[in-house]
Design a protein around this ligand. Structure first.
Ligand code: HEC
Ligand code: HEC
Ligand code: HEC
Ligand code: HEC
Length: 239
């Protein structure tokens, strides 16, 4: 029997996954590369400005010594300890930890600090180029592009599994993908940490505000709340 061809590839893929899983909790190895929010914020200034005010943007600060002392004590953590370089913590408080192009403890990029654009919208190196291309075509010829083309380049439109990987990653949670390191903030510590997607996705302190889309991208997939959010959206620059 030879170890080339399909078999060899499978063995290699399995080995690669094991390496990735070991360093990258819950979020399974992804095929696409992270790029950092600077690449998004130039074109999406309104969402960026709004996001900066959210708890997600400030998530790494919560790991500093002295921050959120009461919450830490309640969860059995040491409030005087600095957890900002602790691999048991940073994975869920930064963007793309352990993934290609993502946050590294040894070489932290300020554009990957906090739960950034790509934590929810997916690793952006490939699809952001399509955003530019589509914008050009739309401006020059009025042509639209199907959202499915973005999905094929790694963009996320369902969201819920991405939220789950951080919010429902603890032992005994309803999410099947849970594995170490777990979040210390579980419903057992306080009922207020119970993750309810439909409620949380509408939380204005944690989520950026929404702005009207022109309609450059069309068709499925779209989350169930897309129309609701667009109906209530502000005009661009109107934050
Ligand atoms: C070169 C400019 C540019 C860059 C860079 C860019 N985008 Fe976009 N993006 C656009 C344009 C233009 C649209 C279409 C907006 C519209 O329809 O009004 C868009 C649409 C979107 C949408 C809405 C898609 C839909 O459902 O219709 C999201 C979400 C988004 N971008 C996120 C991102 C993220 C995250 C990044 C960084 C990884 C990024 N964009 C980078 C220009 C850009
Ligand atoms: C990379 C991990 C990660 C992802 C992905 C993520 N979150 Fe979070 N979320 C956090 C962290 C960490 C905090 C706490 C921020 C802080 O205060 O330090 C948080 C806080 C929140 C809060 C505030 C909770 C409160 O008690 O006020 C809401 C609401 C929320 N997230 C909703 C969502 C939703 C909805 C999604 C998916 C669309 C999502 N999050 C995706 C890590 C994540
Ligand atoms: C599996 C992902 C994950 C890991 C690992 C993780 N966190 Fe978090 N953390 C979260 C999420 C999600 C929230 C938001 C929970 C909510 O408010 O519903 C959060 C919230 C927090 C908060 C704010 C709590 C509050 O009530 O304001 C602090 C402080 C915090 N985490 C510290 C830590 C520390 C320290 C570690 C390591 C010992 C850690 N986290 C590991 C996901 C994680
Ligand atoms: C915690 C998750 C989360 C983070 C972080 C996040 N977004 Fe979003 N974003 C969403 C959700 C949910 C929607 C609504 C999608 C829909 O209505 O189809 C959205 C919608 C958008 C849209 C479409 C228009 C709108 O305003 O609804 C753009 C553009 C966008 N986000 C850009 C960004 C950029 C740029 C960043 C980083 C600066 C970012 N997002 C960070 C969850 C997130």
């Amino acid at each position: 029997m030879s170890f080339t061809g399909k078999m060899g590839t499978t063995v290699f893929t399995v080995l690669l996954s094991v390496v990735f899983l070991a360093i990258s909790p819950a979020i399974v190895a992804e095929d696409f590369s992270y790029d950092g929010r600077k690449k998004c914020s130039g074109c999406h200034k309104s969402q960026y400005k709004s996001w900066r005010q959210t708890g997600h943007a400030k998530a790494l600060e919560s790991l500093e010594a002295g921050a959120k002392a009461e919450a830490k004590e309640k969860a059995g953590l040491d409030p005087d300890q600095d957890y900002t370089a602790d691999e048991k913590c940073v994975a869920c408080h930064v963007t793309g930890y352990g993934q290609e192009g993502g946050y590294e403890i040894a070489d932290p990029s300020k554009f990957l600090v906090g739960v950034g654009c790509e934590s929810c919208h997916g690793p952006g190196k490939k699809y952001r180029r399509l955003h530019r291309k589509a914008a050009d075509k739309y401006k020059k010829k009025g042509k639209t592009m199907p959202r499915q083309a973005l999905v094929d380049k790694g963009e996320e439109f369902e969201f819920i599994d991405r939220c789950n990987a951080c919010h429902l990653n603890y032992q005994g949670s309803s999410w099947a993908g849970a594995k170490e390191p777990y979040t210390p903030f579980t419903p057992e510590v306080d009922a207020k940490y119970t993750f309810d997607f439909d409620k949380y996705v509408r939380n204005e302190k944690a989520m950026h505000q929404h702005f009207k889309l022109e309609g450059v991208f069309t068709g499925p997939p779209l989350p169930s709340f897309h129309q609701e959010f667009q109906d209530a959206a502000k005009p661009l620059g109107g934050e």
